[in-house]
Design a protein. Structure first.
Length: 360
């Protein structure tokens, strides 16, 4: 099979993922690996204003080849502006953008064959069918007729749209329109995919299906830049996340590090089946450096400024006659970390999402 041919794994369309960048564009991976990893996107000190509004203020980040990178923030944070700059739809006031080692400031169009873009609103032709839209998009990238028809059929099947292939796009539901827009962005088999809030404004079942499609693409090697204001979506899908608020990136890290790094103190729950009197006092006497609290009958919360060794705690409880069923570390959610870092309540983010859904 040719290296540029489409592949299907378990019914899922698999675009090839050629290496982005070379040795000169490699940077160290996260702390778990000593091997360098090719850089897909390098952004340095990006600035953009619209009149009196500073949409982006000194934005810098790196996305590595094969990474699913999340760009999380509320409405108006600068997410769509960033994607527009990265994909050549707008020009920055200052700063640099490199995609696969290509300087997009010097030549904004030079990297466009490497990218697929899913805007926040579906942008396909309402009078064309789903199949015709995909074939038209492939033709724009110079894909020959037989190849583009084969790719269109494979994508429609993979995205669960085969039965609607010859229906006009105007008659699609919102969820179907989003799926076809993603399929159109993949028709030329780009190694880098930009997704601008792909699940906003659609029904729950379609959103779930799209998240699974995104996860499959990531597993198959596609580099994905995902903007969202759904915290749960970013937590579920992304490896690293940049938190952006009012045009500034306030933090970039892995999901795990964001959650762990903002927990003070460490918290462990000790769960036992028989509530005995005096357990809290016994633990406090035995471990004076720890803080113990009754959470509910049968659950004691342990708090410490450093990681907790649970074995001595369990032994102490068992020696007192308690039957310990579970000792578990309580890890904060990404939502809690986001609120601590940005000061923005998650509920406000959800209201933004629902408002946008209602307007769509």
């Amino acid at each position: 099979m040719r290296a540029d041919a489409e592949v299907q794994v378990g019914g899922d369309y698999l675009p090839p993922a050629p290496l982005l960048g070379g040795a000169a564009n490699s940077m160290p991976n996260d702390s778990t690996s000593t091997q360098p990893k090719a850089v897909a996107i390098q952004v340095e000190d990006l600035n953009k204003t619209f009149g009196e509004v500073r949409a982006l203020d000194g934005v810098s980040f790196t996305v590595y080849q094969g990474e699913l990178f999340g760009y999380l923030g509320p409405n108006g944070a600068g997410k769509t502006t960033t994607i527009n700059l990265l994909t050549g739809l707008a020009r920055p006031d200052s700063g640099s953008i490199c995609i696969a080692g290509i300087d997009c400031g010097a030549n904004p169009k030079a990297a466009q064959h490497l990218i697929g873009v899913v805007p926040d609103e579906s942008n396909l032709y309402p009078e064309l069918t789903g199949f015709e839209n995909l074939c038209f998009c492939a033709a724009l990238y110079g894909v020959k007729k037989a190849e583009r028809e084969a790719r269109a059929k494979a994508l429609l099947e993979s995205f669960g749209l085969a039965e609607a292939a010859h229906r006009k796009f105007a008659g699609y539901s919102k969820g179907m329109k989003r799926k076809l827009t993603i399929a159109a962005a993949l028709i030329h088999q780009p190694p880098l995919l930009f997704l601008d809030e792909p699940t906003t404004g659609i029904d729950v079942a379609s959103a779930r299906h799209i998240r699974q499609l995104i996860a499959n693409l990531h597993e198959q090697g596609t580099t994905i830049f995902l903007t969202t204001h759904y915290i749960e979506e970013a937590e579920r899908l992304c490896e690293r996340i940049a938190l952006i608020v009012a045009g500034r990136i306030v933090c970039i890290d892995t999901v795990e590090a964001l959650r762990q790094g903002h927990q003070q103190p460490y918290v462990v729950h000790l769960v036992f089946s028989n509530a005995l009197p005096g357990l809290l006092a016994r633990l406090a006497r035995t471990f004076p450096d720890l803080v113990f609290r009754d959470r509910q009958p049968g659950v004691i919360q342990v708090e410490s400024p450093v990681p907790v060794h649970v074995a001595p705690l369990v032994r102490c409880l068992e020696e007192a006659g308690a039957e310990v069923r579970e000792a578990k570390r309580v890890v904060p959610s990404l939502e809690e970390a986001f609120v601590r870092i940005t000061g923005i309540e998650a509920e406000a983010m959800r209201r933004d999402a629902e408002k946008k859904r209602g307007e769509g």
